[in-house]
Design a protein. Sequence first.
Length: 309
Amino acid sequence: MSRSMPTLVMLPPQTPTTHQWAKRLATAVPELSVIVAEDEAEAERVITNAEAAYGTPSRAVLARAARLRWLQAPQAAPPAGWYYRELIEHPVVVTNFREIYNDHIGAHIMAFVLAFARGLHHYLPRQLRREWRRDPLDTGVIHLPEATALIVGVGGIGAEARRAEAPPGVAELHRPDALDSLLPRADFVILTVPHTPETEGFMHRARFQLMKRTAFFINIGRGMTTRLDDLAAAIQAGDIAGAGLDVFQREPLPADHPLWTMPGVLITPHTAGFGPYLDDRRYEILLENSRRFLGGQPLRNVVDKPRWF
């Protein structure tokens, strides 16, 4: 191996998928030396001469990564603690896997919206009781052409603070500080934001009380953004009509939590991103960023490390 050839280290732990990616990457980008570190000791040894890495670096590995300039995170939004102080302060540029779930998550959001719009949150419990009971005619239905959805977090577009015009399919685009003024207008409040220092616990009782009493709250972003006890209290008090939840402050959601059996609540166990082709999409980002890195081009999905996203 030539010492002048740039090196990318696949950090442990390894899986059959990461082993396959390493082989494919070495073939697709022969000017990049790809090293698979099977354990922490090997990672500490090989990272010293590496300019790039994929995975989660321990503090011990990062301390030896003097030449590291690019790190591909293994998730779209790594968990709290992933961006520890030494990593934030290190000059390495971090990229992530955001946007690979867009179509799957979009379908999951619409499943919640359509279920609430057609009253399935009422009819599913009745089905389990074998109860044939209709809501009164012209009630229990949200007419979607006249409804308003407030999407909190519009992906990469939402992250671009300089952009003033609304993207296609969006009637209005607002800055985060407008949230409280927008909540009373929405029939559906849909959270897609990641867990960051700014978003942790930002959906709380006072904000639920700003929503319409007929509105539904949907969270498919990260569970730590929403205070579940506040949400349960808001539904119990009739502050909002219900919630569709895929992510939770604590996962699994404790079996004794009132949200499990609360009327108007639909729950899925953190599956909104499930769907085909995800590993293919991850590899394509790793491959594209490898080529960009070697060519000195801007990397895709660069993270603002202090903000975690």
